[in-house]
Design a protein around this ligand. Structure first.
Ligand code: ATP
Ligand code: MG
Length: 387
């Protein structure tokens, strides 16, 4: 919000002063004219009675006295009178502005006491309006930061409750089965093997959970360390897809690779990027199993490297699409179907891509769910150095 010179507070104050001066001048002139008229018209009214002296027609320098019989004293009186009048007029004319300043102060006090609900009225276009507007913007920002903090606290609490629950469930069965194996001598080797297999699976799921918890802090944007290298994106993707081959076949999914013919070079951290893109692939496998097909593309577009992962089947609702990159956010359907994990995968991927100065986006409709990562291509000099 910019302040126009004519509408500025300074211009307003000058204008108030001019108006007050005009009103003062008009009042003084009227009073002086009135007194002079009275003195000249009413017989005997121009007789001056000096204290302790003789009464006589007072003729001052102006021909006739006004109040005291002495010109200098009269002028001083008029000046004091004018000053008082000017102050009164100025306060009257600037009443609205002063009230507005008070309103702003009350608004600030209100916010200081924690009430972020109500803003300050923005009136006019002067500096005060700019202040009110800035305070309102600050209020919105603080309110949204408070809300983010509250949500973060809430999700953290939920996470702790969920994790505690998720840790306890497998642990209880691990203890139960181990107890059985330890105590019961009559178990056949086949039964023992079966129970140990269950214990192993449960322990594995515990390991995944604990790893997720570590990831929560490890892949925080502000804490992550990046070690860049020159990477051939196409080779990198081929390798990554191969690692997921068992998971694709386990879910009966076909993976269609559309790897670019031209070489794509990026300058990034292979380990981190494998984690980010791996998260997208494992999501496509996890949530796109019904779609039977996962497509993975690499290409260059507008001097940037693009990786696209498409799966079919379950659609991410419109209202969730912007939130899925938030920490611990999971679409309701994946919670109820118990297919998802902790809701960290995409948040981690977003942090990693952000650290590479890239972008990540998602789109989901009946044509499929598309996750796209755009990364800057390596510059010549970058390919020679290592960070
Ligand atoms: P984690 O990855 O931490 O094990 P998660 O898979 O639930 O857990 P994200 O990877 O962050 O968490 O995904 C967030 C949510 O977005 C998922 O719960 C799921 O509902 C939805 N989602 C993510 N990828 C896809 C996809 N390819 N198709 C459909 N839904 C998806
Ligand atoms: Mg995931």
């Amino acid at each position: 919000m910019k302040v126009n010179g004519i509408k500025s507070l300074r211009a307003k104050l000058v204008w108030y002063a001019i108006l007050s001066m005009a009103a003062t001048f008009f009042t003084i002139t009227t009073v002086v004219t009135g007194v002079l008229y009275y003195r000249s018209k009413v017989p005997g009214s121009n007789i001056y009675y000096p204290p302790g002296g003789e009464a006589g027609v007072a003729v001052g320098q102006n021909g006739i006295y006004l109040f005291t019989g002495r010109f200098a004293l009269d002028i001083s009186l008029i000046f004091i009178f004018a000053l008082i009048l000017f102050s009164i007029f100025f306060l009257m004319i600037s009443y609205d502005t002063i009230q507005y300043v008070k309103e702003i102060i009350i608004g600030i006090e209100r916010m200081k006491n924690g009430d972020m609900e109500t803003g300050i009225r923005v009136a006019g276009e002067d500096e005060l309006a700019v202040i009110a507007n800035s305070i309102n913007e600050m209020r919105t920002q603080i309110a949204s930061e408070n809300e983010t903090k509250r949500l973060a606290e809430q999700t953290k609490d939920e996470l702790i409750t969920n994790v505690a629950h998720d840790l306890r469930t497998p642990l209880t069965s691990i203890i139960g089965y181990l107890d059985l194996v330890k105590r019961e001598d009559f178990l056949t080797p086949a039964q023992q093997k079966k129970y140990i297999g269950i214990v192993y699976d449960k322990a594995k799921s515990l390991e995944t959970l604990i790893k997720d918890l570590f990831d929560y802090t490890r892949y925080d944007k502000d804490k992550m360390k990046i070690h860049r290298n020159y990477l051939n994106l196409n080779q990198f993707m081929e390798q990554l897809i191969d690692e997921f081959y068992p998971s694709f076949s386990e879910k009966g999914l076909i993976c269609k690779k559309e790897i670019s013919k031209e070489e794509i070079c990026i300058f990034g951290d292979g380990e981190l990027l494998a984690r980010a893109i791996g998260n997208l692939i494992s999501n496509a496998i996890k949530y796109g199993a019904d779609g039977k097909l996962v497509e993975i593309y690499t290409e260059t577009r507008n001097d940037q490297a693009v990786v696209r992962i498409v799966n079919y089947g379950r659609i991410i609702p419109k209202e969730d699409i912007d939130k899925i990159f938030d920490k611990f956010y999971r679409v309701e359907s994946s919670r109820s179907l118990k297919t998802g994990g902790t809701g960290l995968g995409l948040a981690i991927a977003k942090n990693i891509v952000g650290l590479h100065d890239g972008t990540i986006s998602a789109q989901s409709d009946t044509d499929g769910t598309i996750f796209q990562i755009v990364l800057p291509l390596a510059k010549e000099k970058e390919s020679k150095k290592e960070e």
